[in-house]
Design a protein around this ligand. Sequence first.
Ligand code: IMP
Length: 447
Amino acid sequence: MDSPGAHRAGQWEAVGMATLIIVGAQWGDEGKGKVTDVLAERADVIVRYQGGNNAGHTVVVGERTYKLHLIPSGIFYPGKACLIGNGVVIDPSVLVSELDYLHGFGVNTDALRISYGAHLIMPYHIRLDQVEEARKGANKIGTTLRGIGPAYMDKFARVGLRVADLIDEDGFSDKLRRILDEKNNLLVKAYGAEPLDYASIRDAYLGYAERLRPLVADTSLLIHQALAAGKNILFEGAQGTLLDIDFGTYPFVTSSHPIAGGACVGAGIGPTAIDRVLGVVKAYTSRVGEGPFPTELRDATGDWIRERGGEFGTTTGRPRRIGWLDAAIVRFSARVSGLTGLAVTKLDTLAGLPRVKMCVGYRRGGVISPEFPPTLDMLRECEPIYEEFAGWDSDLGRVRTYEDLPRNIRRYLDRLEQVVGVPVTMVSLGQERRQTIIREDPFAPIA
Ligand code: IMP
């Protein structure tokens, strides 16, 4: 790796164009918002490609902490194009409130564009998410209840409404009437729930259409034009690998593709256009919602990390489940997303613990393997194999380069690199932009 520690946020030279996908390498909440915000400084275009307002990205700019659910974190840099791709499901009420929220702080959102092809989250999706979860009882997924799953279900059942439909007033009203009749039938007859009112949904959505119409664009074409013009493009993933609908801990997953491949279908670019994939890894593990979690800590250490790390859902406020870093999971993410670098976050949260543990593989039926198993039943039989590391103290405030990191952090990161087989190219030591070490410029041209 070239001159480790050479780059720090805010001190880069523009040296060429590249495309970069940022993905969560665990169960989401790895700190992608901060990593995206720091790297967006060097990007010209920032694109969201999947998920919806189930995501919650926390970004600290100066004295202020912002929480975003839909709008790409790059919005805080004036003039950078921020795109919401076709793979995202948009609740227009949330998007309009988020625009108002940002305007309230004087943030300019003129450079935001949303895809014609993005599907809409409708009130019946939210209602269906609620009644489905309630019906599952003890087997519930623990969704964010934002209508994400039902919206993607309609997309794949080919009965969804898209942004293109929203901005066509007459067409939207007709389609909504037809679809709502069916959804009300389902709500009333299958779930014994109240039906939803057509006129109030139509009026609210046509109001959102007025606000959003100027932002609607062919975002795939915009990306293509930016590529042709030699711009830096950053694709901002939401959630994480283990919540991927195919590769996650199914059925305790979300309904989209947070893995890197999701950026291609969710933004409308070919895989040959991708240069690098950065996996964001929290120094420990967390997850919200149900499902197996091999390294979970149900003890005082877990509580301590939760409190110190502020591990409560950005979207739902739920306390997150906490566990030791599981490097086998990150290794799996490296495989399915083709990671080229790791961004390790929240090492500062663990500071003060006398010892920390890292899971480097599993024991299952007497066999030891570093590979994450392909089914939930196999995962339930896995016993984590831990290695213990001496901890580090809490004064990381003056650390400016990789070499300055406490020796025990270096040992921890060296071992992570070894198990995963991917270099640590970025380290985050706090919420602020300046508390970041960048070892390798992710937008440097590929040799
Ligand atoms: P849904 O995406 O609301 O359908 O929720 C499905 C699962 O994904 C649940 O376990 C949620 O807690 C989890 N999930 C969805 N979005 C996020 C996120 O942004 N961070 C962490 N977990 C998430």
